[in-house]
Design a protein around this ligand. Structure first.
Ligand SMILES: [Cu+2]
Length: 138
C-alpha cells in the first residue's frame, strides 16, 4: 500500500470511529430527576447508539457505564480512574445497579449521579454520552 492511501485509510478509520460515537446517548431511566426514593436505590440505565458490553470487549461500537456518585466528573480527555471512592465502573456490562449494603448505601438526603459511557480504554466517548440525575433518599 502506498503511503498516501495508507494515510487516507487511517483518516477514514478515525472518521468512522467518531461517527458512531457521535450517535451514542446515555440515559438514567430511574430514579427520575428530582425524585424522592427509598433505600435501597435501584439505578436503571439505558444507552442508544452504543452496545453496552463488558470492558473486556475491545471493539468499536461498544462501551460500559460509569457512575460518578456525588463525585465530579474527571477531565474530559482523561480516562476514568479505577479504585476511586465515588467512581464506579460497571465493567461487566451492567445496565442496572443497586445501592445497598453489598455495594454502597446512599445515606438519607440529596444525591447526584452522573452516568458516563466510556470505551474499553475507559475513555469517555466523544462527544460524551452522559446523563445526570439528582434525587433525594428518604
Ligand atoms: Cu471503565
Amino acid at each position: 500500500m502506498n503511503t498516501r492511501i495508507g494515510v487516507l485509510a487511517l483518516l477514514g478509520g478515525v472518521l468512522v470511529a467518531a461517527a458512531w460515537q457521535a450517535r451514542a446517548t446515555a440515559e438514567i431511566v430511574s430514579p427520575a430527576n428530582r425524585a424522592t426514593v427509598s433505600s435501597p436505590v435501584k439505578l436503571v440505565l439505558k444507552a442508544t447508539g452504543v452496545e453496552i458490553t463488558p470492558a473486556t470487549e475491545e471493539r468499536a461500537g461498544t462501551g460500559h457505564h460509569h457512575l460518578f456518585v456525588d463525585h465530579d466528573v474527571t477531565v474530559v480527555n482523561d480516562t476514568i480512574p479505577r479504585g476511586v471512592s465515588g467512581i464506579l465502573h460497571l465493567g461487566r456490562g451492567q445496565t442496572e445497579f443497586v445501592f445497598d449494603s453489598t455495594t454502597t448505601v446512599l445515606k438519607p438526603g440529596s444525591h447526584r449521579i452522573i452516568d458516563v459511557v466510556a470505551d474499553w480504554h475507559h475513555s469517555p466517548l466523544k462527544p460524551w454520552a452522559a446523563d445526570t440525575v439528582t434525587f433525594t433518599v428518604k
